[in-house]
Ligand binder design. Sequence first.
Ligand SMILES: *Cc1c(COP(=O)(O)O)cnc(C)c1O
Length: 443
Amino acid sequence: MELTPRDLPSIDRLLQHPRLRELPRALALQAAREVLDEARQAARDGGWAHTLEELPALVAQRVEHASELRLRPVINATGVVIHTNLGRAPLSPAALEAARTAGEGYTNLEYDLDAGERGSRHALVTDLLRRLTGAEDALVTNNNAAAVLLILSALAQGRQAIISRGQLIEIGGGFRIPDVMRQSGVELIEVGTTNRTYAADYAAAITERTAVLLRVHASNFLQVGFVHQPSLAELVEVAGKHDVRLVDDLGSGTLLDTSQFGLAQEPMVQDSVAAGADLVCFSGDKLLGGPQAGIIVGRAAAIAALRRHPLMRAIRPDKLTLAALGATLAHYVRGEAEREVPVWRMLAASAESLRERASNLAQRLPAAARETRSAIGGGSLPGQTQTSWAVALTGPADELSAALRRAQPPVIGRIEDEHVLLDLRTVLPEQDTVLEAAVRSVR
Ligand SMILES: *Cc1c(COP(=O)(O)O)cnc(C)c1O
């Protein structure tokens, strides 16, 4: 029998249903209104897919959905270690525990326990950062984009910053270096050409209005062929001679040498500090493997100017971030980062151990184990890949991928010649059983 709008119950009657009476009133009312509106509309258009008996369940479902957590864990089987869309770096158990402890109760966030008076949140991680990078002082912001904005605003507002044409980059998500410079009230002076820039180009462009030479790491693309950029040491020399500050935006930056893992060398923070950059900034959640943060290290006077700047208050990190960051940095100080920081565990995993896990999983599913190559991602080491191993699932690849995305937890793989590949480099060994169950549930 065809449903007409007149057959639908009133909101009040619908909410009398035993299944709905106990639900939070305002939420249930809103959900009932939405469900009835949709049913009325569908009845008019001559096609409602449900029956009147289903109405209470539809309302209850909607109420439940309204308060479900939308940010959910997923299994990253893409092989891309620092995947911005999947939340970048997973945290170590110690970092998680530190954040949990800091969030659970009160902390000495801005309280000096020795003196019994107001302290500084910035002091919480500066010792660790100084020790690890050799810098005089350090500061943490909400993310690296904020760090660049703060540095330019504090050191060069109303003045000029010089940058190579080869480094006027877009990071992704619309973050473009020229836009950030404009936003900071800094006049952008471009030097060199797209492919070649020399130290002399910077020197020739310096005027009495110049405040900063800005070097930006080309995080997400490669320049090959007839290309040249001056070394950091050369730029330090130019900056020193003309009394301007040298700022090095490393993007990812790293404290460990990526070349130990069969990769090219991502610029290391310690090297920039040692070469004499005034300020070096990098992300907390790229190769460092910690929470989202921007980390600035460098000369004490420059850091002090940043700390005093009014923008600092707007981009300061919260206690959960500082707790997780402190615990992450402590792994490096103790020399255990490769074993404890998930990003490094993944990068350091041997092809042999990945092959073994892939063939075990393949046997149990069943599926095929296949050798593949995984990328780093997240603006680190563009073009660089490592040997990895994946479980290759056959079947209609698009449908299978969609089903895996709906699994509990969702599994995100990649499609390669009509197979869905689940790359184990980005799946920690302790997740293998969960991955297996999720794949089984959709096949
Ligand atoms: C990633 C990146 C940024 C932005 O860092 P976020 O932590 O994502 O804000 C800035 N500069 C460079 C060179 C980068 O690679």
